[in-house]
Design a protein. Structure first.
Length: 392
């Protein structure tokens, strides 16, 4: 039986449960609470926002539809529904809502609306209009996030000089609150990755290597695969070939009953995957979650991940929960298949009153370790947090 690393005992012993739910980029994408009329009942909109933040986009859309059926020209709700449509890939409907929202909203909201215009046009494949929209959003408000979005589409358009400039602006701009909110404390890794890709396309290999090294240092997932040769990170064709072959090998191994080989191939696919934050990457992780509980002999925790877990425990014991969560997230990046990491993450999220994320983390723990000795207690935490979410 595999011996787990010790859980973050200070959190387990305190059992501190209190209300709260982390909003998804709320200051950028939503405006709930800024009522345009005291006669409006915001209950349906707020229910939709809660569902949206929990990732339940279709259910959120139904709530926004119900609210707008009663109060059809409320820009706050229109803004939320537009973003939900766009997240669901219903770009034309999202654009229709944005057009109406733009006419109704205060000018201070325009940067948000133009960012969503950009997201919608990018989703439709119209990079010219996406670039134009993100540029207007940037003109309304200079921020690290707005520079980042403009840089990302510039790269996709093949404007590599412009992309490197705007990624540099994103790294250097003092307004980083929204980048932290969306990407966490490792947000600079996103910028180094993007800028490095642009340098690589320009043939500036020294600069590309330096940015890859900085990215890998901040986002340790790729240290094993690319630590010795950072430029391999940019070779997406090679990475895709290795990833796809590893996934195919995992299927063959699982079909033959060799679960350990299947898991090892999935781990290889995860480390080499060029699909970070995309559907294919999620499928690899999902397959790892499915295969891991079937292993009769569990793999050892890599030393790199163990280091992050010990750091997280130490920081939590000193009540530095933000730092502990950052360290735990680094462990997740290295070994998303290790159950203990998700238990610790759940407890840390609960300590920060981020109950929706705490529940999600604990569900991952139970999925990876359904027969754990504390599975009953883990499920009970979920029940408690579900109640506390409603007390906000």
């Amino acid at each position: 039986m595999r011996k787990y690393i010790v859980k973050i005992s200070v959190l387990v012993s305190l059992l501190m449960l209190s209300s709260g739910c982390a909003a998804y980029d709320a200051s950028i994408y939503g405006t709930a609470g800024n009522a345009v009329s005291t006669n409006i009942d915001w209950a349906l909109t707020n229910e939709g926002i809660k569902l949206y933040n929990e990732g339940k986009k279709q259910e959120a859309l139904e709530k926004f539809n119900q609210s707008l059926a009663k109060w059809p020209n409320v820009w706050n709700t229109l803004s939320w529904r537009a973003s939900t449509y766009i997240e669901l890939g219903m770009y034309d409907k999202g654009l229709q809502d944005l057009d109406l929202c733009f006419k109704l909203e205060p000018a201070s909201q325009h940067t948000v609306t133009y960012n969503w215009y950009g997201n919608a046009y990018a989703g439709k494949g119209d990079l010219d209009k996406a670039l134009e929209s993100f540029k207007i959003a940037l003109d309304y408000k200079k921020s690290s996030l707005n520079y980042y979005r403009y840089a990302k589409v510039s790269y996709e358009k093949g404007l590599y000089d412009q992309a490197t400039t705007e990624y540099t602006n994103a790294l250097n701009h003092p307004d980083t609150a929204d980048m932290n909110r969306i990407f966490g404390s490792g947000w600079k890794a996103q910028c180094y990755s993007g800028r490095g890709k642009a340098y690589y396309k320009k043939g500036m290999q020294d600069e590309a290597r330096q940015d890859a090294e900085k990215m890998i240092e901040l986002y340790p997932r790729y240290q094993n695969a690319f630590g010795n040769d950072p430029l391999l990170y940019y070779d997406t064709d090679k990475r895709k070939a290795i990833t796809d072959e590893a996934r195919a090998a995992a299927v063959r191994a699982e079909n033959s009953g060799n679960m350990l080989e299947a898991f090892n191939q999935l781990d290889k696919a995860y480390n080499w995957s060029p699909y970070a934050d995309e559907k294919e990457d999620a499928e690899i992780i999902d397959d790892m979650y499915r295969v891991y509980p079937k292993l009769s002999l569990k793999p050892n925790l890599p030393e790199q991940a163990r280091r992050f877990l010990v750091q997280a425990q130490t920081l939590a014991e000193n009540k530095n929960y933000d730092g502990a969560l950052d360290a735990n997230n680094n462990a997740v990046a290295v070994t998303p298949w290790y159950p203990e990491i998700w238990f610790n993450g759940a407890m840390l999220r609960a300590e920060k009153k981020e109950y929706s994320k705490a529940i999600s983390n604990m569900k991952n723990y139970l999925r990876l370790a359904p027969d754990a000795h504390d599975a009953r207690a883990a499920q009970d935490y979920i029940y408690k947090w579900e109640v506390l979410m409603t007390q906000k």
